[in-house]
Design a protein around this ligand. Structure first.
Ligand code: HAM
Length: 420
């Protein structure tokens, strides 16, 4: 049997309602805040990701699905959306009419990581990006939106971790301090970090190896080296979050796994998937538009791990599940089969989701099936009910039963559903 590739999976019909609910809640919220949807290709030139995410990151060094196409061009299945949104913003000169733009996009991303709960090789992100605003109020707004989305989805206990990574003004001073620290602790670093420390010392702070994490416990932090402007910026972000009751902590160890960030960086962390993991992450990337060939336009954004979000929600929410269908028609005996089929069709055409079983099984086993399908109601038509022109319409939640005649059955059902 041919099966899915490791780390790739099907999202099955029984899980789709949750995915759609999240998508709907997110797009309504984005709409409220003036974001517009954008849809982008999943295949891009490798160079786009190498130049934006950074040559020395885990994503680019180890995790991208890269291959030559038939003409030899190097292509990559997108590992994230930000680089593509920036490419599109520049390619279509979207800044010309108005540099201030807000986008969101939802779709699959690909990273060849070690699969585990909440970590897949094809996973989905809900991504939001804002261009053209350097003010810290937008940083706060994005974290507020994340907070609000989780609230609307009924999740609590998620915490925003925030940090400031400085800017091209203050970053070199910090990098020098970090390099000095790394040189002193060189023997304790993993081979990757020994190699990366010259080119990109910040990456060592994001290393997952235990020996590095121990060695870097007392490493200098970006927060200790911010210039005045970066400090002021960060202060306003924090002040706004306090004013808007967003639960957050300042986490000086948060550096993010991608190179393009400057100033505010954030992650929303949860422990409900086992070890602590991020359900969303983002930050400011003020230099990226220019670095990719555009104008000097600031930007900031975030991405939510859609798969992780569904897994957290599936744990929390079981109780307020919507019925799988409105009516399950239980037709017992030959007489009931034909009218049962016609009622089902009419109900479905009228927008009342109905199903029926044609196997002629017993009442008991059909009631079990109605339960399994999570039907809101059953309509029972056996020989006796048909002969007496009195069908049973039963609410599966309240167990209330109504007797209805066959003549105006669709109208009667509509009326009863309306009354509930
Ligand atoms: P990221 O932190 O690499 O940021 O990914 C964002 C979120 O995607 C993570 O917090 C996690 O929930 C989810 N995620 C990442 N990898 C996987 C995986 N293998 N399986 C399941 N979920 C995963 C970015 O991608 C940036 N582009 C975010 C951003 C937007 N920054 C600015 N704008």
């Amino acid at each position: 049997m041919i099966q899915t590739i490791r780390g790739f999976r099907d999202i099955l019909p029984e899980d789709i309602a949750l995915w759609q609910k999240i998508e709907k809640t997110a797009s309504e919220l984005f709409d409220n805040f003036g974001f517009r949807e954008i849809r982008l290709p999943i295949l891009e030139k490798t160079e786009l990701f190498a130049r934006s995410i950074g040559e020395t990151t885990d994503i680019v060094e180890k995790e991208m699905y890269t291959f030559p196409d038939r003409k030899g061009d190097k292509l990559t299945l997108r590992p994230e959306a930000t680089a593509s949104v920036v490419r599109s913003y520049i390619q279509h000169k979207m800044y010309a009419a108005d540099p201030v733009r807000k986008f969101y996009t939802i779709g699959p991303m690909f990273r060849r990581e070690r699969p585990q709960k909440g970590r897949y090789r094809q996973f989905y992100q809900i991504d939001a990006e804002v261009f053209g605003v350097s003010s810290p109020y937008i940083d706060a707004e994005l974290i507020l939106i994340l907070n609000e989305l989780f609230k609307r989805l009924g999740l609590s206990g998620l915490k925003a971790h925030i940090n400031s990574l400085g800017c091209p003004e203050c970053r070199p001073v910090f990098q020098k301090a970090l390099k000095d620290f790394l040189t002193l602790n060189y023997d304790r670093l993993c081979p990757d970090c020994k190699r990366r420390m010259e080119k990109n010392p910040l990456r060592t702070l994001d290393c997952k190896s235990l020996s590095c994490r121990k060695a870097l416990e007392n490493a200098p932090s970006t927060l200790g080296h911010l210039c005045n402007e970066c400090s002021e910026h960060f202060e306003i972000v924090k002040k706004m979050l306090v004013k808007q009751n967003v639960d957050f902590i300042v986490d000086k160890t948060l550096v993010r796994g991608l190179d393009y960030y400057s100033r505010t960086a954030f992650e929303i962390l949860t422990t409900s998937l086992g070890a602590q993991s991020a359900v969303a992450g983002g930050g400011r990337y003020d230099s990226l538009v220019k670095e990719l060939g555009g104008k000097d336009i600031p930007a900031i954004g975030f991405a939510i791990g859609f798969d992780r979000l569904t897994e957290i929600m599936a744990q929390v929410k079981k109780s307020d599940e919507k019925p799988g269908l409105d009516i399950f028609i239980i037709a017992i005996g030959k007489q009931a089969m034909e009218p049962g089929y016609l009622w089902m069709s009419e109900l479905n055409l009228a927008g009342i989701k109905s199903e029926m079983d044609f196997s002629g099984r017993s009442l008991k086993s059909l009631m079990k099936r109605a339960d399994k399908l999570n039907a809101g109601h059953v309509l029972i038509a056996g020989d006796r009910e048909i002969n007496e022109n009195a069908l049973i319409f039963r609410n599966m939640n309240t167990r209330k039963q109504n007797i209805i005649p066959m003549d105006n059955i669709i109208k009667d059902i509509k009326k009863l559903l309306k009354k509930e």
